[in-house]
Design a protein around this ligand. Structure first.
Ligand code: ZN
Ligand code: CU
Length: 503
């Protein structure tokens, strides 16, 4: 007898094929049968899927959940979206490598806060994370900013040969232990002080593993196209698959330029280079505020489109536009930015920047093979960017159903099999016999995000059931009631193109 069955359900198997009717059975954590004949069979728990769609669990290709697996092992903000796997360690910031004698969040500020310093390498991280019984699966990247800070501190110079060697060793160890690639955040400190050749050399470490180079590029605004050229050069020279994170063209004067950027990617693909991208479905970015401003010359244009997400120095500012705070205080908006960032722990402020054009979001989502990554920052104090809670239902409800930007089977493929193949998640991302049973049951007619900038910690609508490695992790059968997080804790720590850690 199977552990669980979902009967009479419309199946989107993740490959991009049209939906078909089947009964799906789960046994021992895996999909045991996909019965299109619907002959009937018994299971310990039988779920009636009539009127609903079953898809592989969604894969968030761009997460910063390294620390969230410790602070919020229930991962409620992802699970309720139907996300069963995340890729953490993005933008050059990763929980590993770590030195217990160093401040683990020196490089990343608030983004990775909460790590307890109980591990030094990826094996140790996986072990410690599993002890929290995480709700969902996690695949890790090893981050350039983290590695560089560990080896060189915040020095604004090129590494010595010995330092290059030490950085290489850290990256190699992470890949030996199962990281899916090397990530950079070249817009951030200390990555911005590295020359292209340093990045090529470290990205080359991924070549032996056929792993990825993922990047928050050096520039996403006035110099976007130069940054794309640099990314493609790094991919070619290092001989690795390059993945551009949260593709965008920031700043009103640059809106529309993503068409040129995508054309560069398409040309590289046509020439045989391996390159992919992801995007989040919002017109605002979010990150550590101090990274976006030069304190000696604060940009007024940027200051005027900034909202405070979380701010340990001024909790009362959370959820407010800096321009409104300035008006109330009788300050110039640039003075307000300066005052926030120079306050005690002001450098830990997370902000939201309204810098992206809606038309560009649609152009990105319409582009072939564009994946979906939330870039959510799991700081639940204050008012985080709504992408943390809403990304996947927003794509399926708003951009697929309401706007018709892409078809449902294709959108699901981009959130499942394509991401699993790209990021090396073995036997995941499809509804297929023998694959791990990461599943989401939803209603395509009602699925929608609920999170807004004012109420960002709102779970989405239209998702009935989420299964992680064969166990029911979330369910919501009554739309009037909040969803139930079962706390079963069956998430695994995934290793690139291998079995998961400990399995
Ligand atoms: Zn980023
Ligand atoms: Cu990011």
């Amino acid at each position: 007898m199977a552990d669980l069955s979902i009967r009479n359900v419309s199946v989107l198997d993740g490959t991009g094929s049209e939906a078909f009717m089947a009964d799906v059975y789960v046994t021992g954590g895996r999909i045991s049968t996909v019965d299109t004949g619907m002959a009937g069979g018994s299971a310990a728990r039988e779920i009636d899927g009539r009127g609903l769609t079953l898809a592989p669990g969604f894969i968030d290709t761009h997460a910063h959940d390294d620390g969230a697996f410790f602070r919020h092992p229930g991962m409620e903000f992802k699970l309720a979206q139907g996300v069963t796997t995340v890729v953490s360690g993005n933008c050059g910031f990763s929980a590993i490598p770590a030195d217990p004698d160093q401040d683990s969040v020196a490089a990343s500020g608030g983004i990775l806060a909460g790590l307890a310093g109980e591990f030094t390498d990826l094996d140790g991280y996986f072990q410690a994370a599993l002890e929290r019984r995480p709700a969902i699966n996690n695949m890790m990247l090893v981050g350039h900013n983290t590695v560089r800070t560990l080896v060189m501190g915040m020095d604004q110079r090129a590494p010595t040969p010995a330092e290059r060697g030490a950085m290489h060793d850290h990256v190699k160890l992470a890949m030996d232990q199962g990281a899916c690639g090397f990530s950079t955040g070249l817009i951030y400190r200390p990555g911005r002080w590295s020359e292209t050749d340093e990045v090529i050399e470290l990205a080359s470490t991924a070549r032996d593993y056929d792993a990825l180079y993922t990047t928050h590029m050096r520039n996403e605004g006035d110099h976007l196209l130069d940054a794309v050229d640099e990314t493609l050069l790094i991919g070619r020279e290092a001989g690795v698959h390059a993945h551009i994170s949260h593709h965008k063209s920031a700043g009103r004067q640059n809106w529309g330029r993503i068409r040129e950027s995508l054309a560069k990617v398409d040309a590289a693909l046509a020439a045989g280079q391996r390159v992919t991208l992801d995007v989040y479905p919002y017109t605002a970015g979010s990150g550590r505020m101090i990274e976006y401003f030069n304190l000696d010359r604060i940009s007024r244009d940027l200051a005027e489109v900034i909202r405070i997400a979380s701010c340990p120095a001024f909790r009362e500012y959370e959820g407010r536009m800096v321009a409104d705070i300035a008006a109330e205080a009788g300050e110039d908006v640039t003075e307000t930015v300066h005052r926030i960032l120079t306050a005690p722990r002001g450098d830990r402020t997370i902000c939201i920047q309204f810098i992206i054009d809606e038309a560009d979001v649609e152009t990105n989502l319409a582009h072939a093979d564009m994946m979906v990554g939330s870039d959510g920052i799991p700081d639940l104090r204050g008012k985080p960017h709504p992408r943390l809670f809403g990304t996947f239902p927003r794509v399926l409800g708003h951009y697929v159903r309401e706007r018709g930007v892409l078809a449902l089977p294709e959108a699901v493929r981009r959130m499942t099999s394509l991401s699993a193949e790209t990021f090396g998640m073995t036997e995941r991302g499809q509804i297929r016999e023998g694959y791990w049973a990461d599943l989401v049951l939803f209603d395509p007619a009602t699925i929608i995000d609920g999170a807004t900038y004012d109420a960002p910690q709102t779970e989405p609508e239209g998702i009935q059931l989420v299964i992680v490695n064969g166990a029911v992790a979330y369910e919501r059968w009554d739309a009037e009631q909040a969803g139930v997080h079962t706390g079963i804790g069956t998430g695994q720590m995934l290793r690139y193109r291998r079995t998961s850690y400990g399995n």
